[in-house]
Design a protein around this ligand. Structure first.
Ligand code: AGP
Length: 345
């Protein structure tokens, strides 16, 4: 069995453990946040960690109404400018904790007296040591180059931080269901293994979603790019109407993440438009009428909210990419030209 698959399957246990590990530090962090007048959140991250940050942006903004910006580290590292971070919560996310550009943003925050937080999978990493608070994903060593369990634990920490910060007991209760939902999603493994065969000669595809699941569309595209060498590109459904739609012709594969929830109406409209244009639709959903519209469909467990459905969609995407990579005769654990740790500045 490849490591990526093993690590995908470890997620229910990793998610449970990561919450237990961080309860106390989240409470301490929220105490500090409550005594500051935080007017914005700035998140710095790369690759998969950046996608967890995009999920965090949607969750924090929709729960607390505090604007969240994704940092452009080059402003500091290439252009040598400083950012006004004093009243911000500055979060750096990095599986390895070694991301040099993310570290610079945390240092910049520290210099200005901001509250800084690192989310990493290594307690003794440069980022964990630099930030004033460390949320440790505690996912166990991730060996596959393709990040999986560190992604969902990063998302889980961000969502739980938002819930505790907002004093939202119902949200915390909902989030406690995530490990079980992920377990149920893993039951799709045989179906996914079988259905990916149809896509083994695919060279390009689009991945679309709206709202909270946009982060998962981005992550799905990245997983497919690095493990399958397919030119996958993600868009928010709303953006796809504004130009990219012109690239659709007959049989173009489009993966759509369309769970029941506030974004379903927009997704449904896009599905019909794509069908009319002859696209090949791969749909992840929990709703019968939507699943019926896909050439290939994967029924995710009923999550009941856009806060939770991204976890199910992320796991389906990971299983899809891993199996597709194997079906193409590739090794998802060691993609060509990549290493586990990539340091950019
Ligand atoms: C993940 O599948 C990728 N291999 C890659 O994008 C990775 O997420 C990125 O290099 C960031 O690494 P970090 O989280 O260790 O900083």
């Amino acid at each position: 069995m490849v490591k990526m698959w093993e690590e995908i399957c470890e997620q229910p246990a990793a998610l449970k453990r990561c919450l237990e590990t961080n309860r106390e530090v989240i409470n301490m962090l929220v105490e500090a946040l409550d005594s500051h007048d935080i007017s914005s959140v700035v998140i710095a991250a790369r690759g998969t960690s950046d996608h967890a940050g995009i999920y965090g942006k949607y969750v924090i903004e929709s729960t607390l109404g505090i604007p969240v910006a994704l940092a452009a580290p080059s402003v500091v590292t290439v252009y040598g400018k400083s950012l006004k971070l004093k009243n911000s919560l500055v979060i750096g996310i990095s599986q390895s904790g070694k991301a040099a550009d993310v570290l610079e943003i945390i240092r910049e925050g520290n210099k200005q007296g901001a509250i800084t937080v690192a989310i990493t999978n290594f307690n003794d990493s440069p980022l964990a040591n630099e930030a004033s608070y460390h949320l440790y994903t505690d996912a166990g060593l991730e060996k596959s180059v393709a990040a999986t369990k560190t992604f969902t634990t990063q998302m889980y920490l961000l969502a739980n931080l938002a819930a505790v910060w907002a004093k939202d007991a119902d949200m915390q209760q909902q989030l406690s269901k995530v490990p079980d939902l992920v377990s149920k999603t893993l039951e799709l493994s045989d179906v996914i293994k079988e259905k990916v065969q149809r896509y083994r000669y695919m060279n390009e595809c689009f991945v679309l979603a709206r709202g909270m699941n946009y982060s998962i569309a981005m992550e799905t595209a990245l997983k497919i790019q690095e493990t399958c060498y397919i030119r996958a590109r993600a868009y928010a459904v709303s953006d796809f109407h504004h130009g990219p739609f012109a690239m659709i012709d007959k049989d173009m594969p489009v993966i759509l993440l369309a769970p029941e929830g506030p974004s379903l109406k927009d997704n449904e409209e896009m599905i019909h438009k794509l069908k009319d244009a002859g696209a090949e639709l791969v749909i992840f959903s929990d709703k019968d009428e939507i699943l019926e519209l896909g050439t290939t469909s994967f029924r995710i467990p009923k999550a009941g909210s856009d806060l939770l459905s991204p976890f199910c969609n992320a796991v389906v995407a990971q299983m899809f990419a891993c199996n597709l990579s194997l079906a193409r005769g590739l090794n998802p654990d060691s993609p060509r030209g990549l290493s586990k740790v990539t340091i950019t500045k």
